[in-house]
Design a protein. Structure first.
Length: 135
């Protein structure tokens, strides 16, 4: 069984954002797989850095759509993005130091965040984007 199972309900209806959400999902899945099968952690770390880079691109995309849609909670959503990047960078640092059980801690954090963000706060801006005709 996979760490996370993709479901079409994760889509919000804006193609570019949906593709990026799937990309984030795929990177998290690769992290999970590497944690189970890799012994030295190099691939896990490389995928973690890729996740950080991809997340920054994704957040910029989301924020661009929200600005264009004049989404009322843009600042709050940006703050959530900042908190996530800050937390993941701390986890990257802990991973570099090879803290005990850090890979599992990272995976648990990412799974919880992904579900809360995609199925929670991203749903909040979905209507604003749909009302502006974004698809």
């Amino acid at each position: 069984m996979q760490f996370l199972e993709w479901e079409d309900t994760y889509n919000i209806g804006v193609k570019e954002i949906d593709i990026q959400h799937r990309g984030l999902f795929d990177i998290i899945s690769k992290l999970s797989t590497s944690q189970r099968y890799e012994t030295d952690g190099k691939y896990f770390f490389a995928m973690l850095i890729q996740l950080v880079d991809y997340t920054k691109i994704h957040f910029a995309t989301e924020e661009r759509y929200m600005r264009e849609a004049q989404y009322a909670k843009l600042i709050e959503h940006q703050q959530e993005h900042t908190v996530f990047i800050t937390e993941v960078m701390k986890l990257v640092h802990d991973c570099e130091k090879k803290e005990p059980d850090i890979q599992q801690k990272i995976l648990n954090y990412l799974k919880d965040w992904y579900m809360a963000h995609i199925m929670g706060t991203d749903r909040d801006y979905q209507k604003a984007l749909m009302d502006k005709g974004f698809t």
